[in-house]
Design a protein around this ligand. Sequence first.
Ligand SMILES: C[S@@+](CC[C@H](N)C(=O)[O-])C[C@H]1O[C@@H](n2cnc3c(N)ncnc32)[C@H](O)[C@@H]1O
Length: 257
Amino acid sequence: LDDAIVSDGSDVLLFLSRARTYLVRAKAGEKFHTHKGFIDFDQVVGKRHGDVIHSSMGVPFALFKPTPYDYVRKALRATQIIYPKDVALIVAYSGIGPGSRVVEAGTGSGALTSALASSVQPNGRVYSYEVRKEFFARAAKNLARAGVDEYVVLRNADISQGISERGVDAVVLDLATPWLIVKEAHNALKGGGRLVAFSPTIEQVVKTVGAMDAGFVDVETIECFLRRMKVKAGSTRPEGVMRGHTGYISYGRKIFR
Ligand SMILES: C[S@@+](CC[C@H](N)C(=O)[O-])C[C@H]1O[C@@H](n2cnc3c(N)ncnc32)[C@H](O)[C@@H]1O
């Protein structure tokens, strides 16, 4: 398997710890400097993803193949990006899979787009709307680098002005005013298609779910708490500090009115 090996000129995720990872291009003859010594790419090229190499200071780094989400997480971000716990639930509740057609807004930095694209490949499509030109341009770069751009159609447009697609499997919203898009999302969805909206505040949820009263059933809003564990023999327990809030996820299925 070609992609089991780090080839010359390919990207690799250098893993030191959960907080210290580096997404770099492995080029024979070159070096990469870290605060734990430098990495000699001559030692990296030809190794397997999953191998462990040592920096010039003898510190171990594991080599991994970057995932699409790693690229967007590491890329220059234009906007707040969605956390993996929320990405996973949004993908699950959208009901999408290989071959699905999904409308998304706003693209932002493209983190959620990369996960949606990974889910619908190889023959599905994500039609992603972003109103701000500079975010649209940056997301295009991020998605190309992540290798998922062929599954995405980016539209530099205000989604409240209309959705071009019809009969789509899901509409996924992460923008400030999702309730303004509910009617247009209903028009774009196929019967039974899901609308999923991510919103940081309860005010947004109340307006969005109110708008979904007409034309959607099985409407639910959830919030997911994620608590990390410190696993150490004899003293395993939850970490003392956790992220208290990211956002609420509201979803429902389209019925014909
Ligand atoms: C929180 S960010 C989305 C982040 C994205 N989900 C990610 O994971 O990278 C919200 C984005 O929606 C865009 N936006 C807001 N209203 C919009 C509209 N009516 N049409 C299209 N994009 C919109 C904003 O410009 C912003 O980039």
